[in-house]
Design a protein around this ligand. Structure first.
Ligand code: NAD
Length: 498
């Protein structure tokens, strides 16, 4: 049995805790490792060592910090498949999907390597006679990140490379459900030449998170996870006077106009709803068919019947198991509620089995039609391979439906009309919009910009907004004199006084 280490002050150490959390393979429910709930002394050590390291790291020139990211990017690429294999085993993701998780993280590291240009300030010369003003951005200090189970490579990599490239030090508390991938990322970060103490990794749950949310040394907290925890993190962190960005749950709609390309729609809907077993914060969980497009629902059902879950290395599987037996029970109970509340259950994924893997958390593709806004399957984030179909008479009504949703992470429209696409992207109250693209996750030179109940905070993840989040602006106004200018400045000063 592998005991997952902590990473404190630049050393991988075994925790002294008596409280261990099982890490399982969701395809078998076999325990593959144990993660420690870090003790209070270990949490203190992480914070103190991050504070110590900040004193020297902030003085390291920006180009040297960027070079650590360049070496890290090369190492992540070299170990890409090996990381994806670890990730597949602890999340159940298919190998292709796991590789995508790693790759999207590598792209953020590439972006972090451009940190010098991202940290450029502003200058205005001669704001008054002989007076110039410039602004710098400087790191905040110790920052912390709390990450979810569903992207154990990409989401930690949204956070610590950007924060550290900006000159901060960082404490990562990854999901206790899949800590092996973040630990491998940490080993490679050390190998890339990151100095001791710049990154710390602690494990645990609420108790450990509470230390990070309340300790005055920590200046900023990044969180990605569910809505209730996201709200708690935002409220507690800001009450403790920290800067907080909190990315939370979602319910993403895709609007299908009757003039859309039907085959594209069907392919996109299947992949975006059941891909990764629906465990993506940008998964499409509601399909809104406008007008005659609703006649495509039987063909959607047929397309969904053809996909099935399976093991990470089963090339015929479209997706893997859900993360835990508890998650499976929750999704299955929501399916039962949907049926009880009157939705048409066209495909029922409950009781799904996979040959040779009788103990996995499998759920088959599940499709509902006739879903209404009062139903739990509409209001709750299901986080499983379940797609709810709704019908609206026109685009106006589809926009109005989506704008009433408390969530605002991602949305998509499929159409061949530029006018409809423009109206949609202009009027929709959601932070990330796809036009004929089902999952519009931006590349790292933009930012990941969820809205409404899907995000609490001001500055978003990666891109220029992350640099603003992890830095403080200092504005310097200075006056230097040449002897002639001095005389002139003094003359002007005395004129002003008169
Ligand atoms: P979660 O909220 O259960 O856990 C996230 C993190 O918070 C974990 O590290 C966990 O240990 C910690 N945590 C759990 N309970 C806590 C508590 N009471 N107090 C303090 N910390 C606590 O989320 P999850 O199940 O790991 O991840 C799935 C959720 O994440 C989904 O809702 C999904 O939509 C969301 N998500 C959002 C985005 C986004 O960008 N908006 C991206 C990925 C995932």
């Amino acid at each position: 049995m592998k005991n997952v280490p902590l990473y404190l002050a630049g050393e991988f150490v075994q925790s002294q805790t008596s409280d261990w959390i099982d890490v399982t393979n969701p395809a078998t429910n076999e325990v593959i490792a144990r993660a420690p709930a870090a003790t209070d002394a270990e949490m203190r050590k992480a914070i103190e060592s991050a504070a110590d390291a900040f004193r020297t790291w902030k003085e390291v020139p920006v180009s040297e910090r960027a070079r650590v990211m360049l070496r890290y990017q090369a190492l992540l690429k070299e170990h890409h498949d090996e990381i994806a294999e670890i990730l597949s085993q602890e999340t159940g993701k298919t190998f292709d999907d796991a590789k995508g998780d790693v790759w999207r993280g590598i792209e953020v590291v590439e972006h972090a390597a451009n940190v010098a240009s991202l940290m450029m300030g502003e200058t205005v010369g001669n704001v008054a006679r002989s007076v110039d003003t410039h602004s710098w951005i400087q790191p905040l200090g110790v920052c912390a990140g709390i990450t979810p189970f569903n992207f154990p490579a990409m989401i930690p990599l949204w956070m610590f490379p950007m924060a550290i490239a900006c000159g901060n030090t960082f404490i990562l508390k990854p999901s206790e459900q899949d800590p092996l991938t973040p630990m491998r990322l940490t080993e490679l970060f050390e190998e890339a030449g990151a100095p001791k103490g710049v990154l710390q990794v602690v494990h645990g749950g609420k108790e450990q998170v509470d230390v990070l949310l309340t300790d005055p040394v920590i200046k900023a907290v990044s969180f990605v996870g569910s809505v209730p925890v996201g709200r708690y993190i935002y409220e507690t962190g800001t009450r403790n006077m920290k800067r907080v960005q909190s990315f939370a749950g979602a319910k993403n709609h895709m609007v299908i106009m009757p003039d859309a390309d039907k085959q594209q729609v069907l392919n996109a809907l299947v992949g975006a709803s059941v891909g990764a077993a629906g465990q993506r914060c940008m998964a499409i969980s509601v399909a809104v068919f406008v007008g005659e497009a609703q006649s495509w629902i039987p063909e959607l059902k047929e397309a969904m019947t053809k996909v099935r879950p399976g093991a990470w290395n089963d090339s015929g599987a479209s997706y893997g198991p859900v993360i835990s037996p508890k998650a499976r029970e929750r999704v299955e109970s929501l399916i039962a509620t949907g049926e009880a509340q009157g939705a048409n259950l066209l495909l029922d994924g409950r009781g799904c089995t996979v040959d040779g893997l009788p103990d996995g958390n499998w759920i088959g593709p599940t499709l509902f039609s006739g879903v209404t806004t009062e139903m739990n399957i509409y209001n709750e984030e299901i986080f499983g391979p379940v797609l709810a179909c709704m019908e609206e008479a026109n685009l106006e009504d589809a926009i109005s439906l989506i704008n009433k949703s408390p969530y605002g992470n991602g949305v998509s429209i499929f159409t061949s009309s530029g006018g409809a696409a423009r109206k949609f992207q202009h009027e929709i109250e959601v932070g990330q919009v796809g036009v004929n693209i089902p999952i519009p996750v931006p590349l790292p030179f933009f930012s990941f910009t969820g809205w409404k109940g899907s995000f609490y905070g001001d500055q978003h993840a990666y891109g220029k907004q992350a640099v603003r989040f992890y830095t403080e602006t200092k504005t310097v106004t200075s006056r230097w004199f040449s002897s002639e200018a001095t005389a002139e400045a003094e003359a002007n000063f005395s004129i002003q006084l008169r």
